[in-house]
Design a protein around this ligand. Structure first.
Ligand code: SAM
Length: 362
């Protein structure tokens, strides 16, 4: 799929410069409103005057009842400091040095009757809020940014995908709540899958049909594979981006209605693991009490009161779960088809129904 391979190439090339649209932020964050009252929010991969995350929180500061909003930007970003001039007659290089913005008050500073980003800028100029240069490069894991992280309650951003594993583990190590955009593969990396399995992170509501559109600087359009960038909209199209969070959301408590019943002929047993293969999430049988391998997209509708996630069906994590070597000598789940061939089903996670129905009498 064009979008997927572009996303992978972007990640490999550490091409992290794509920017989230305000509408996508609004659509996701309306599910989390109750979490923000009295909280300090940090956007730590965000140029305050370019990032729509910063804009969303600044313009909704009072509505959400925020205590504080902080944003830091990274020196490697080509847009750092290229927008509003808040530092007077700074040179190009000076303007590109990273800085931190701290907002504790948002009101109609320009007196034009509403609150807009110009008011937020004015509150920096008049010193009611502060904007200061950082000493280091603004990396989320630099000592001064980690200090801000420790002060924050909730981190909300679209971080660099090339660093997503370390980024998420940093937030977990600092015991932070978060709402992030990331690649779908964050659900199966060996560093981050255990967080999903152990209920320390789950998927948010996500993009419509999994289609995510981001803006990119014009000059980097050519770095993205053809077919995913639209000259007309200036947006790049990625498939398989997700929102991940560790804040409670209603979706996580919705029960999946299961229609199918277990029949051995419909669900092949694995050759190298005690469990059955379920080819579609919609076909999960309601009365099977053991291990079931299901497509990894299951995590999108996982309710921990209904199912337990047991493990991942491939690689080292599969081995850890007890999957033995298959006919190719690998520890990936394997089934045998009716013609006798051995087949490796694509990207499975293994789950167990916590309250299986009683099987019907035959
Ligand atoms: C996917 S972009 C998203 C930007 C912004 N958060 C948004 O959603 O529009 C990721 C940003 O992280 C920045 N970045 C890269 N490495 C970083 C690091 N080590 N620390 C903080 N930010 C970093 C990139 O320069 C890029 O601007």
């Amino acid at each position: 799929m064009a979008g997927n391979s572009s996303l992978a190439k972007a990640k490999d090339a550490r091409q992290d410069e794509f920017y989230t649209q305000l509408t996508d932020i609004e659509k996701e964050l309306r599910h989390y409103r109750r979490h923000f009252q009295g909280k300090t929010v940090l956007c730590n991969c965000d140029d305050p005057f370019e990032s729509n995350f910063f804009k969303y929180f600044a313009l909704n500061f009072n509505r959400l009842g925020l205590k504080k909003l902080m944003a830091t930007c990274y020196s490697g970003s080509p847009i750092t400091g290229t927008q509003l001039s808040l530092f007077g007659d700074a040179t190009e290089e000076e303007r590109r040095t990273p800085y931190k913005a701290v907002v504790t008050s948002v009101h109609d500073a320009t007196g034009n009757g509403g609150v807009e980003m110009e008011d937020v800028a004015e509150l920096f100029r008049n010193g009611e809020n502060t904007i200061e240069r950082l000493e280091g490069n603004g990396s989320y894991d630099s000592p001064e940014c980690l200090k801000l992280l420790d002060e924050a309650d909730i981190v909300v951003t679209n971080p660099p995908f090339s660093l997503i594993r370390d980024y998420v583990l940093t937030l977990i190590a600092h015991e932070k709540k978060f709402i992030l955009i990331g690649p779908q593969s964050v659900t199966k990396y060996k560093e981050t899958f255990p967080l999903i399995r152990d209920g320390k992170m789950w998927l948010g509501y996500g993009f419509d049909k999994g289609d995510a559109y981001f803006s990119i600087p014009k000059e980097s359009a050519r770095d993205f594979a053809q077919g995913v960038y639209s000259e007309r909209t200036g947006l790049v199209h990625f498939r398989n981006c997700v929102w991940v969070t560790n804040l409670d959301i209603r979706k996580r408590h919705e029960e999946q209605i299961l229609f199918r019943r277990y029949k051995p002929e419909d669900y092949p047993a694995y050759t190298n693991f005690d469990g059955i293969d379920v080819a579609k999430v919609a076909d999960i049988p309601c009365d099977y009490p053991g291990n079931m391998g299901v497509p990894i997209t299951f995590v999108n509708q996982h309710n921990p009161e209904q199912f337990e996630i047991v493990g991942l069906g491939e690689g080292d994590l599969a081995k850890e779960m007890g999957v033995t070597r298959n006919h190719r000598g690998r520890s990936d789940l394997e089934v045998q088809t009716s013609s006798g061939a051995f087949k490796r089903p694509y990207a499975r996670i293994v789950i167990r129904n916590l309250h299986p129905e009683q099987p019907k009498e035959a």
